[in-house]
Design a protein around this ligand. Structure first.
Ligand code: NAP
Length: 298
C-alpha cells in the first residue's frame, strides 16, 4: 500500500484520529489543518504536514476531507474566498480521487463532484458514524456514495478508518444515508435523556437502570456510551451539539424536498437551537439532557 499517496485535510476531533489510522495502515500520508498545531497525532504515526490544501492535493493520489460543514468542504476543495490560496483542486492531478468524510448536504456534494469531474478528478462522499471513539479505534461505519470503480479505489483507505463500509448508491447517497442516521440518533438521544431523568426523579439508581436496560430492547450506543454523562450532568466533548444541529438542518431540508414528516427530528432541532443560543453549542450532543433535566427541575 505504500505506493498509494494519501492526503488528509481537517484534523479535528474525527479527522486527527482517522488520519493517524490511515498513516498506521502504511499509506504515505500528507496532512493539513487550517489552524496549525493539530497534526501531532498524525505526524507521530508517520504523516508529513503540508502548508495548505493545494500542497496536499499535489502530494496525493487520494485526498480525504473531514471538516465541519458544506461551505467548509467548498473552501478546502476550491480555495478560501479572497485569500487567493488554492484548494485541493488546485493541486490534484487528473485521475486522482477525493473522499469527503465530512457530513454535508447531498445536493452540494453532487455539485462539488461535478466541478471536480471537470478537471478529471473523481469524488466519493463517505460520511462516518461511530463517534470519536469509533474514529480512534478505526471502527467507524462509513456510508459511501459514488461510482463503483471510485468506491473500489477508495475502499483500502476507508478500511483503515472504519469496519463497516457500505456502498449506498451514486454520489450523494452516502450523505443522504447519514441524514437518516442523524434523524434516528436525535430520537435516541432524547429518549435516553428522558429515561435517565425519569429514573433519577423516581429515586432509582440511574446507572443501574442503564445497565439493566442495555441488554434489552431499549439498549443502544447512546444508552451505553452517553447515559453516564447525562446522569453526571457533565458533557465532555465527543460530538458538538452545533454539528448535530447542522446535520438535522440537512435532514429536515431533505425531508421537505421529498415530502417526509419528521416531528421528532424537528423538535430535537428546536431544543438544540435553544441550547446553542444559550452558549452550549460546543458541548457534547448528550447535553440535550440539559434541557430535559432543567424542565424536570433537576
Ligand atoms: P471538529 O472537531 O469541530 O473539527 C472540525 C474540523 O474542520 C477542524 O479540523 C477545522 O479546522 C476544520 N474546518 C472547519 N471549517 C473549515 C474551513 N472553512 N476550512 C478548513 N478547515 C475547516 O469536528 P469533528 O467532530 O471532527 O467533525 C468533523 C465532521 O465529521 C463534521 O462534518 C461532523 O458532522 C462529522 N462527524 C463528527 C462525529 C463526532 O462524533 N465528532 C461523528 C460523525 C461525523 P480548525 O482546527 O482550523 O478549526
Amino acid at each position: 500500500m505504500a505506493e498509494l499517496r494519501v492526503g488528509f485535510c481537517g484534523l479535528g476531533t474525527m479527522g486527527a484520529a482517522m488520519a493517524a489510522n490511515v498513516a498506521r495502515a502504511g499509506f504515505e500520508l500528507t496532512v493539513w489543518n487550517r489552524t496549525p498545531g493539530k497534526a501531532d497525532a498524525a505526524v507521530a504515526a508517520g504523516a508529513v504536514e503540508a502548508l495548505g490544501p493545494a500542497a496536499v492535493g499535489s502530494a496525493s493520489d487520494i485526498a480525504v476531507i473531514c471538516v465541519s460543514d458544506t461551505p467548509d468542504v467548498e473552501a478546502v476543495l476550491f480555495g478560501a474566498g479572497d485569500s487567493g490560496e488554492g484548494g485541493l483542486a488546485a493541486g490534484m492531478r487528473e485521475g486522482s480521487l477525493v473522499i469527503d468524510c465530512s457530513t454535508i448536504a447531498p445536493g452540494a456534494t453532487r455539485a462539488f463532484a461535478a466541478r471536480m469531474a471537470e478537471q478529471g478528478v473523481a469524488f466519493v462522499d463517505a460520511p462516518v458514524s461511530g463517534g470519536s471513539e469509533g474514529a480512534q479505534k478505526g471502527t467507524l461505519s462509513i456510508m459511501v456514495g459514488g461510482a463503483q470503480a471510485d468506491v473500489d479505489r477508495a475502499r483500502p483507505v476507508l478500511q483503515a478508518m472504519g469496519s463497516t463500509i457500505t456502498h449506498m448508491g451514486p454520489v450523494g447517497a452516502g450523505q443522504t444515508t447519514k441524514a437518516v442516521n442523524q434523524v434516528i440518533l436525535s430520537g435516541v438521544y432524547l429518549g435516553v435523556a428522558e429515561g435517565m431523568v425519569l429514573a433519577m426523579k423516581s429515586g432509582l439508581d440511574p446507572r443501574q437502570v442503564a445497565e439493566a436496560l442495555q441488554g434489552g430492547a431499549a439498549g443502544s450506543w447512546v444508552l451505553q456510551n452517553r447515559a453516564g454523562r447525562m446522569i453526571d450532568d457533565d458533557y465532555p466533548l465527543g460530538f458538538k451539539i452545533a454539528l448535530h444541529l447542522k446535520d438535522l438542518t440537512i435532514a429536515l431540508e431533505q425531508a421537505r424536498e421529498v415530502g417526509a414528516a419528521l416531528p421528532i427530528a424537528a423538535m430535537a432541532a428546536q431544543i438544540e437551537s435553544a441550547l446553542v443560543a444559550r452558549g452550549h453549542g460546543e458541548d457534547d450532543n448528550s447535553a440535550l439532557a440539559r434541557a430535559i433535566r432543567e424542565w424536570s427541575g433537576l
